[in-house]
Design a protein around this ligand. Structure first.
Ligand code: AP5
Length: 215
């Protein structure tokens, strides 16, 4: 299955994608993670992307389409994959359809994570991320078990993402409503859209997401 997770920043796409990876054999393809990894490596692409990400703007379509275009051809994507944070514009969605058509594949399902902006601000401003392995925490309800040490990899570098500060969160939400929300209609027209109520406990969201994959 080729699955698109669609939803505003902080709606839980990454959290649910990671849960699905452990259940299914599909890899999680997160353009945000790919770009952050390029930044960490100090590559030219990473430096270029950082300027957009730090402002809460979208990285140019050609950059992310190029990243995804290469990634989906790898062996581990053969039986399916989860797109987390891509596509984010109509142009990206059209490019994705074209790339997939050229290898006789298609998006099977797009699942929209429905949630109010006020809850997203709370989630994102409290999010903390392990620099080393990407594990996520929250200052209100999901702190690492032993102080500032990552439960998964033992790293002590658990930080706030550069784009998880209030003014940037506001900009990211605005960008979502202007540029990404139109994808809801795009996938509705293709009869591929399902949706889940995302302001619930992670396991409840996971259950609803599963139902979308079957029905
Ligand atoms: P990206 O990394 O994709 O960020 P995002 O889409 O803004 O999504 P987030 O990772 O912030 O949120 P999420 O929905 O995955 O929620 P999460 O599970 O983490 O993109 C970053 C930037 O890269 C973009 O702004 C852009 O510049 C660039 N970019 C990326 N892709 C691009 C593209 N295709 N085109 C152009 N530019 C691109 O959860 C958030 C928090 O909530 C966590 O603390 C988590 O623990 C908590 N949480 C999760 N679920 C629940 C729950 N059910 N209840 C309570 N808390 C929960």
């Amino acid at each position: 299955m080729i699955l698109v997770l669609l939803g505003p920043p902080g709606s839980g796409k990454g959290t649910q994608a990671k849960k699905l990876v452990t259940l299914k054999s599909w890899p999680q393809l997160s353009t945000g993670d790919m770009l952050r990894s390029a930044i960490k490596q100090g590559s030219k692409l990473g430096l270029e992307a950082k300027a957009y990400m730090d402002k809460g703007s979208l990285v140019p379509d050609a950059v992310v389409v190029g990243l995804i275009g290469e990634r989906i051809l790898l062996q581990d994507c053969k039986t399916g994959f989860i797109l987390d944070g891509f596509p984010r514009t109509i142009s990206q969605a059209e490019s994705l359809d074209q790339m997939l058509a050229s290898v006789h594949r298609k998006v099977d399902r797009a699942v929209l994570f429905r949630i109010e902006d006020s809850e997203l601000v709370r989630r994102l401003s409290g999010r903390r991320t392990c620099i080393k392995c990407g594990s996520m925490y929250h200052i209100e309800n999901a702190l690492p078990k032993s102080g500032g040490v990552c439960d998964q990899c033992g790293s002590k570098e658990i930080v706030q993402r550069d784009d998880d500060f209030p003014e940037i969160i506001e900009k990211r939400l605005m960008v979502y409503h202007q540029q990404t929300a139109p994808l809801v209609e795009f996938y509705k027209k293709q009869a591929k859209l399902r949706s889940v109520e995302a302001a619930r406990l992670p396991d409840q969201v996971a259950q609803a997401l599963h139902a979308c994959l079957i029905g």
